[in-house]
Design a protein around this ligand. Structure first.
Ligand code: G6P
Length: 485
């Protein structure tokens, strides 16, 4: 069967929905779920994912290891197989090893002055956490492809670097394709990890047939890491190939992820979005600056507010005329670094509001919640979209905002996001660490003439609507076909 027609097996830590304790179903947040939802609902695919809540674990038990049909509140029906790992192992996997360890390494959130101490706790988080969850999901994959000839398994993200090695051992004939949704950092960033753990991660990952990234530069960094950190592997930079000691070739590719802009526009025209728009427009000042993010350190929320603070100080004529609305979804709150980050965000908002606010005007509106429709309403009416991440694999907000915005809003876009490779030309590019430059960009955006705003907004829309996630998956399937030929 050709890979285009074969039933796909997708595997990731987060699945399309989670079941809350009260039985309600919530859409999964983040770029990975956004990327895969279109794919999994339109093709014959089984999506294997970790059970993240007690509600998920309950469903997994009821299903007895079989896939179940689930319908996401964001639309789409999926065949999902939920895998419940031992809760203590899962806690080590998610809250210690995957986040913050791997996430921080892959976003340069550590340098040598603040790198973590590695003690038994961290090593055990790998051995008795990360590996356990990878084994559990690998077992589920192997069971799912039992009896299937030439199966194709698409593995997603940094949670599952050791899974491919386990599946490869059980099914040498399987085609394993791994997409990494986050940046790949340069070799030295990886030196924080004990050599043995690092080798296990790279060896596991290199059991794949193809490894995909969002951008050329992550792909390049990965090849450099294989050259500098591993022994016995051969790296061909021109061909983008790593040869393993046992003679296999692993293709290293990049496939920038498009958004499902049609679906985004459909959500934006729903009645619930109109309700939010009504509220927003009643309170609107002359200008609206917007950011929508998970409350994650990599998103650089604090420097964004500091830039706004500086802008208000340097341009007092904007007092009472502009609101900065920040919709942040609390994320990974059991990880101390994240919980502390949220506190620092709230404290800085209070300072800026106190410094510049008036009895009639609160400069920053902070909304700590995950509400897609509320975000859509704000997307439609922003004048400036702030995406100033320190590092970000792709950043889908940078693509979602411009396709529904009705005001030719200007994007301020960090040059360290994957999206910048595609959209930089029509955005105001910023170095995310440069607060003055970001403040200047706010001013430039708010004073830009209408023709220039329209030119940029048209440019962004044209690029973003050129492709959709169907194309993204087709590029990958095409490479799978070529490599198999
Ligand atoms: C990023 C990662 C995803 C992850 C998402 C949300 O987009 O690439 O793998 O699912 O963040 O994070 P969470 O920890 O809530 O799954």
């Amino acid at each position: 069967m050709s890979p285009e027609n074969a039933p796909l097996v997708l595997v990731s830590n987060r699945g399309p929905v989670t079941y809350e304790d009260d039985g309600t179903v919530k859409r999964g947040t983040g770029g990975l779920v956004t990327a895969l939802t279109g794919l999994a609902s339109h093709r014959d695919a089984v999506w294997i994912a970790s059970a993240l809540t007690d509600g998920d674990a309950e469903r997994a038990r009821e299903a007895g290891g079989k896939p179940i049909e689930v319908t996401s509140p964001a639309g789409g029906t999926y065949s999902v197989k939920l895998v419940a790992s031992d809760p203590a192992a899962y806690d080590r996997f998610y809250n210690i090893f995957a986040n913050p360890m791997l996430w921080f390494i892959q976003h340069y959130l550590w340098d040598l002055s603040n790198a973590p101490d590695i003690r038994r706790h961290e090593v055990e988080a790998f051995e008795w956490g990360y590996n356990v969850v990878n084994e559990d999901l690998a077992d589920a994959v192997v069971e799912q492809i039992d009896g299937v000839d030439d199966p194709v398994v698409m593995i997603h993200d940094y949670h599952l670097y050791t899974l491919p090695g386990l599946v490869r051992k059980a099914r040498p004939d399987a085609f394993l394709h791994h997409f990494v949704h986050i940046p790949w950092t340069q070799p030295d960033a990886w030196r924080v990890l004990p050599t043995r753990i690092r080798n296990d991660l790279y060896e596991g990952l290199l059991a794949n047939d193809i490894i995909g990234f969002h951008t050329r530069s992550y792909r390049w960094n990965f090849l450099q890491c294989c050259r500098d950190l591993l022994e016995g592997y051969e790296v061909d930079f021109d061909a983008g190939i790593v040869r393993t000691p046992d003679g296999r070739e692993v293709w290293i590719r990049h496939y920038p992820l498009p958004i499902d802009w049609n679906a985004t526009r459909n959500v934006a025209s729903s009645p619930r979005v109109s309700e939010f728009e009504g509220q927003l427009l009643r309170r609107r000042r002359d200008h609206l600056i917007l950011r929508v993010d998970r409350a994650d350190l990599s998103k650089n929320v604090l420097r964004g507010f500091s830039a706004f603070d500086l802008f208000l100080e340097q341009h007092p004529e904007f007092s009472e005329r502009v609101t900065f609305m920040a919709q942040l979804m609390p994320s990974r709150t059991d990880v101390p670094e994240y919980a502390e980050y949220l506190e620092r965000i709230e404290a800085l908002v209070a300072v800026v509001n106190h410094r510049h606010g008036t009895p009639d005007w609160m400069p920053i509106h902070l909304k700590l919640r995950d509400d897609l429709e509320e975000a859509m309403a704000s997307y439609k009416h922003y004048d400036v979209l702030m995406v100033n991440a320190m590092f970000d694999g792709m950043n889908l907000v940078a693509k979602e905002g411009p396709v529904v915005n009705e005001r030719n809003g200007v994007s301020i876009l960090s040059e360290n996001t994957g999206a910048h490779e595609e959209l930089g030309e029509f955005a105001l590019s910023v170095n995310p660490f440069d607060i003055q430059e970001t403040a200047d960009s706010i001013h430039a955006a708010l004073t830009m003439d209408a023709a220039e705003r329209a030119r940029r907004a048209d440019g962004l829309r044209a690029i973003i609507t050129q492709r959709d996630p169907g194309d993204w998956i087709d590029w990958q399937l095409e490479d799978i076909r070529k490599k198999r030929a």
